[in-house]
Design a protein around this ligand. Structure first.
Ligand code: DX5
Ligand code: ZN
Length: 225
């Protein structure tokens, strides 16, 4: 259903000299939540920002904050990001040898728990953990940078996850992260993605942030029939 599709504005693409203003614009423009990318220069070849920025954003919005940990040994930082104001923490299956333990550590902090999966990591790696997560975060680019091209070959994996999620006794969100724009959204929605995580197509939309969100939502609605 189109009404179930959420838009998560990914602040990585924001102008950090005006972050507060851009967050307010995205909220006024109708984003459902904010996505915050944490990169350590090890798991991904880039360094972004840490808990101070999460805390700063927490101070100016009541919308949910969705923290995406692209870091090695993410279990070391769960409490820090919970204290900073995260509502949801996503950890990568590729970084968690004790995935069940790490997800339950997130839940014990009273946060929603998500598992993120890289474009070329197969569905089988997360199949058995689906009953224990609130969200699957499907990477549709190799993580590390904004503004990359959507990798079409993740679409069948989105379908596999959506099919498996329908058999569960609790709702599991399927977030798609990387290269999400008005041209890729129809296929994402048709495959079963229901959280559109969008950086460039929101914060760098030619018509402005609100227009970027409106355009994504319009395509998501029509794409979902
Ligand atoms: C990429 C990040 C994304 C990023 C997406 O590693 O996880 O959240 O912000 O950026 P766009 O929407 O520009 O592809
Ligand atoms: Zn992300």
């Amino acid at each position: 259903m189109s009404s179930a599709i959420k838009i998560a504005a990914s602040i990585l693409a924001a102008d950090f000299t005006r972050l507060g203003e851009e967050v307010r614009q995205a909220e006024a423009g109708g984003t459902d939540l904010f996505h915050l990318d944490i990169m350590d220069g090890l798991f991904v070849p880039n360094i972004s920002f840490g808990p101070m920025v999460v805390e700063a954003v927490r101070g100016i919005t009541r919308l949910p904050l969705d923290v995406h940990l692209m870091i090695e040994q993410p279990e070391r930082y769960l409490t820090v990001f919970a204290r900073a104001g995260a509502d949801m923490i996503n950890v990568h299956v590729e970084t968690c040898p004790h995935l069940h333990r790490t997800l339950y550590q997130i839940k014990e902090l009273n946060l929603k728990a998500g598992v993120a999966i890289n474009p070329h990591t197969p569905f089988e790696m997360i199949r058995d953990i689906l009953p224990d997560v609130d969200r699957v975060l499907v990477m549709s680019v190799d993580p590390g940078f904004g503004g990359q091209k959507f990798i079409q070959s993740v679409l069948p994996k989105i379908e596999q996850i959506a099919r498996a999620a329908r058999g569960l006794d609790h709702p599991v969100e399927i977030g798609i992260d990387g290269g999400v724009d008005t041209s890729t959204t129809p296929a994402i929605v048709a495959s079963g993605g229901n959280v559109l995580i969008a950086g460039s197509s929101v914060f760098r939309a030619p018509g402005g942030i609100a227009a970027g969100i409106t355009a994504l939502r319009a395509v998501a609605r029509s794409g979902a029939g």
